[in-house]
Ligand binder design. Structure first.
Ligand SMILES: C[S@@+](CC[C@H](N)C(=O)[O-])C[C@H]1O[C@@H](n2cnc3c(N)ncnc32)[C@H](O)[C@@H]1O
Length: 372
């Protein structure tokens, strides 16, 4: 029986994440090449899933890179274990599965057995040594608990990010160690874990990543000044329990004797993933030529895509904070988020028109060693 369920609602906002997760989709596509060819027979694939991501998993798109189903031969039986926190939108996931996965697997005579598991990944999810392949995209940065942190609203965005990372990093290390240990129990010896983890800029790289959170933070501070958010709410927003680890922090955990005895690291590659809306923006801006109004429209559309991605990823957590302060029957969430999106886009256009949303990821393929 799972005992460790973290019921802080860090699940993605129902319905919204589906439409606004282009960055994570791109990150996933870049990791599909790491999925090993799996042996024939009954296979178990364990994967973290949100409400949607089956719809974005290009299972049915033959033009894409290899997919989960491409890694198995026709005629194979595949049990796909889709796990997420109990507060995830499993209802949307089940409809997406029905629409996308079954058709594709039927065409290739793959017997497909989905199982949904509403158990967070800091718990044992399945019985020992059941899984052939574990897959995790854009999720291992979420922490088990909320580390304590008080931020100074006067700090610059860079100071805020550094202070937050310092406060969160020890929990993030422990959580990564716990994640790897738990998966080592579940993934069969000789099996693999493939993951893309949001990360900090590698030390030797010059280029900083940028999630687009700076205009959003700037808009939040302005919303406090306008009386749309109070100071306490703003402070609690900053506690969103997620941390992008440094390359060194991840390596340190993987090198711990208790982890390295179970895992051999086959691939460990940082990669900068660009939000796909950036390329669309460049095309629209070029097409606008000298038309400044059209250029600004293109910038606004781009900024909105990036902001909605952040809002849909953090929205439930923020909404729960607002409800804790304003009363459980407060129903101004959609209005609040729309106001936040508009204010953030305005900040973006006025102060950060050249901001390119790109995010460092660490791509990992770890093999469960046969002897440990
Ligand atoms: C940014 S989304 C990524 C979803 C999907 N893998 C993708 O690539 O679009 C992060 C996911 O991690 C899930 N998550 C966060 N903490 C978790 C935990 N402790 N256990 C399991 N899933 C968790 C969230 O519910 C959400 O579905």
């Amino acid at each position: 029986m799972a005992s460790n369920q973290n019921l802080v609602r860090i699940a993605m906002r129902d319905g919204y994440y589906n439409q606004h997760s282009g960055l994570q989709h791109t990150a996933m596509c870049s990791g599909l090449k790491l999925i090993p060819k799996l042996a024939d027979g009954m296979l178990n694939i364990e994967t973290d899933k949100t409400q949607n991501s089956m719809s974005r998993l290009p299972i049915t798109d033959v033009d894409r890179a290899p997919t989960l189903l491409d890694s198995v031969s026709d005629g194979t039986s595949v049990e796909v274990l889709l796990e997420d926190t109990p507060l995830n939108d499993f209802s949307t996931l089940s409809k997406t599965l029905h629409a996308e996965f079954y058709q594709s697997s039927a065409e290739r005579q793959i017997s497909f057995f989905p199982r949904m598991i509403p158990v967070g990944f800091y718990n044992r999810i399945v019985p020992s040594q059941l899984v052939d392949l574990g897959v995790s995209w854009s999720s291992m940065n979420y922490l088990k608990t909320q580390p304590a942190f008080t931020f100074d609203p006067q700090s610059t965005a860079a100071e805020f990010a550094a202070a937050r990372h310092k406060a969160f990093s020890s929990t993030a290390r422990q959580d990564l160690a716990s994640f790897m240990t738990l998966r080592a129990s579940e993934i069969r010896k000789g099996g693999h874990l493939v993951a893309a983890l949001g990360a900090q800029k590698p030390a030797l790289e010059a280029k900083q990543g940028n999630s687009g959170s700076i205009p959003l933070q700037s808009a939040l501070v302005k919303m406090v000044a306008r009386g749309l958010l109070n100071h306490q709410e703003l402070l609690q927003f900053a506690l969103f329990p997620s941390d992008e680890r440094t390359v060194e922090e991840v390596q340190e955990v993987l090198n711990l004797p208790e982890i390295s005895k179970s895992w051999s690291i086959e691939v460990f590659e940082p990669e900068l993933i660009v939000h796909p809306a950036w390329a669309e923006y460049q095309t629209a801006s070029d097409a606008a030529g000298a038309d400044q109004a059209k250029k600004e429209d293109a910038l606004r559309n781009y900024a909105r895509s990036a902001i909605l991605n952040l809002v849909s990823s953090s929205g439930w957590f923020w909404l729960d904070i607002l409800k804790a302060h304003r009363g459980s029957d407060w129903d101004g969430g959609d209005e609040f988020f729309e106001e936040l999106a508009q204010a953030s886009v305005q900040e973006w256009v006025e102060k950060f028109p050249d901001l390119k949303v790109e995010f460092w990821y660490i791509y990992l393929r770890a093999k469960r060693v046969v002897e440990d």
